[in-house]
Every structure is written in C-alpha cells, then in structure tokens.
Write a protein that binds this ligand. Structure first.
Ligand code: RIB
Length: 317
C-alpha cells in the first residue's frame, strides 16, 4: 500500500513512502442532503411559476457525493456528518457504497436538503437548506483527531458548520487537508486557509476567492497567497488544471453529451483524491477524475450518477 507523505512540502507530488501494514484513510467532514430534483425546460425566472417535467428524489449533498466517489474509486473513506430522523436512508445508502458511516450522528434537526432544477441541456441550479449539516460541532472534529494518523487525508466542503474549526484543528498537524470551497460564501475568506494543503475549486469559486477571471490569473493568485499549497482548478467542458510551486499541468475533458451535471464536480474530487492517495502522479489523477465525471454527467441524479470503478476507463498518458 502506498502511503502519501507530506505531498506538497518536499518533492511535491511524487513524495511518497511505502508502508505495508497501514492504509491511508480519508476523513470527509461533509454534508448529507435529500435532493429534490425537478426537470424543467428552462430555469424558473423571478416572478414566474413553471411546471416541472419530472420530479425525483435522490441521495445527495456535496460531502455525501464525494464520499460515494471516494468509496467507489477504492479509497478507505470515513464520512463525518449529521442527519435528522428523516435522513436515515442516506446513511444506509452511503454505507452500501463501502464508506464507513460510524461517525455520522443523528439529531432532532431536519436532514439537509437541496432543491435542484435540471434544464434540458443538463445544467443545474441548486438551493440548499443546511438543517442537520449546520449542527456539526467541535466534538465531530475531535472524533477525527482521535482516530486519524499522520498522512491521512481530511477533506471538507462548505456545506456544514464548523469548517473553520476543522481547518484550524487538523491543518498543519501531520494530516493532509483538502478544501473544496463549495458552495462559495463570503465567510470562506475568513477561514484559516493557510492550513489547507490542497484546494480543489471550480472557476466560479476561484473567481470569487481571488477576484481574478482567467484560469492562469486565478492559479497565480492562489499560489501567491498559499505558496505551500497545491491547487486543482476544474474547468468543466475544458478539463482541469493543477498548479503548485513546481508543477503546472492541464488536462482536457472527455467529450460527451451531458444530461445532468449534478455531482460531476464531486465525482471528480472523489476519484482524484482516491487516486492521489494511491500515490499516482497528479496528471494521471486528473485524467482519471475527468473520465469519471464524464460518466457522471451522462446520468441523472447525485450519488446515483457516480460511476463505480469498473465503469471508468483507465487513462493513457
Ligand atoms: O454538488 C451537487 C450537490 O450539491 C447536490 O447533491 C446537492 O445536495 C448540493 O449539495
């Protein structure tokens, strides 16, 4: 088993060492949502009432989707999250994916949910209600600290409470901290982002965080602010880029007809990190993640659209 050491502190992406008896773990501190998905001709406009063409309910949430993708891609992932009594089925579904769900608590709050419009061309528009996701607290963070070991990955997004506490307590602590600032909010700028080892963000999150618009400018600005971190910038149909102080890599996206882009970014993140944890080169991880997202966008729903490992072709470099 390849265990990833301090990836970005020494020889950047290929700095890894071998241990035979320990598997690298991923602790994903993230949301679980019930997704209410409405298929529409076009997104509803202010003052308008429209009828949906179809309604479906799915297991979702950026955190949950990313745990599914990690598990399907072969990572040892523990999801740290919270649901209400109406969300027990989400925990059951996530457990079926192979993820460890023992650190998902249940409370009196309603489970988080999302209202998602999906248009004919596969684009989505999402409103989330935090619910139980916003009741995660420092105790949940401490659960990770009790069991995580040096070199383990700690992943989070921006759909739960306590993200700042998580970054503060786990960052620069021997753990490898990955932050996906989605959805982007004003409070992200106040988080201790200097504790992050790897950022994974899309263009709109990158623009909002750096106030730059071209991908090169976003990457430059991120590296200027966080010189010891790595940055993955996802570009949708244009592929993905990776930059750190030594590497600058771009890969193209697969050309497919999208029917629903929900969870494509989450699929990318899960596959990218699972492969990175195995010690693969960054370019290979990016290419694999693009292939996995291309499968995802050709299917409807969130976790239901995430491909299993045997459904994703091996990339050639
Ligand atoms: O990234 C897609 C996810 O965003 C959906 O599953 C929805 O729950 C929202 O969190």
């Amino acid at each position: 088993m390849w265990r990833v050491g301090k990836l970005f502190s020494k020889n950047v992406s290929v700095n890894r060492f071998r241990v035979d008896d320990l598997a690298m773990k991923v602790f994903n501190f993230g949301s679980l949502n019930i997704d209410h998905v409405y298929s529409v001709e076009k997104f509803v406009q202010p003052g308008e009432t429209i009828a949906s063409l179809e309604y479906q309910q799915f297991c979702g949430g950026k955190g949950c989707n990313q745990s599914f993708a990690l598990a399907y891609a072969g990572a040892d992932v523990t999801h740290v999250g919270r649901i209400g009594s109406d969300g027990a089925w989400l925990k059951t579904r996530l457990a079926e994916s192979g993820a460890d769900v023992s650190l998902i608590s249940a409370g009196s709050e309603p489970t988080g949910h999302a209202i998602i419009q999906v248009s004919r061309d596969g684009e989505n528009s999402i409103i989330i209600f935090g619910g139980a996701n916003q009741a995660l607290n420092e105790v949940d963070v401490d659960h990770i600290l009790k069991v995580a070991e040096a070199g383990d990955f700690v992943l989070t997004q921006n759909e739960t409470s306590c993200v700042d506490v998580l970054l503060n307590k786990t960052g620069k602590n021997g753990l490898f901290v990955i932050f996906n600032p989605a959805p982007m909010t004003g409070s992200v700028r106040d988080y201790p982002l200097d504790k992050v080892d790897l950022f994974i963000l899309n263009e709109s999150e990158g623009k909002s965080l750096t106030e730059k618009s071209a991908s090169d400018e976003i990457l430059d600005a991120m590296l200027q602010r966080y010189p010891n971190s790595g940055v993955v910038l996802t570009l949708g149909e244009r592929g993905a880029r990776y930059r750190d102080k030594k590497l600058d890599i771009s890969v193209p996206a697969e050309k497919v007809d999208a029917i629903d882009t929900t969870a494509a970014g989450d699929t990318f993140i899960g596959y990218f990190l699972a492969e990175l944890g195995k010690g693969s080169e960054i370019e290979y991880c990016l290419r694999l993640a693009c292939k996995a997202s291309a499968v995802c966008v050709q299917r409807a729903g969130a976790t239901d659209s995430i491909p299993k490992r045997n459904e994703v072709l091996y990339p050639t470099i």
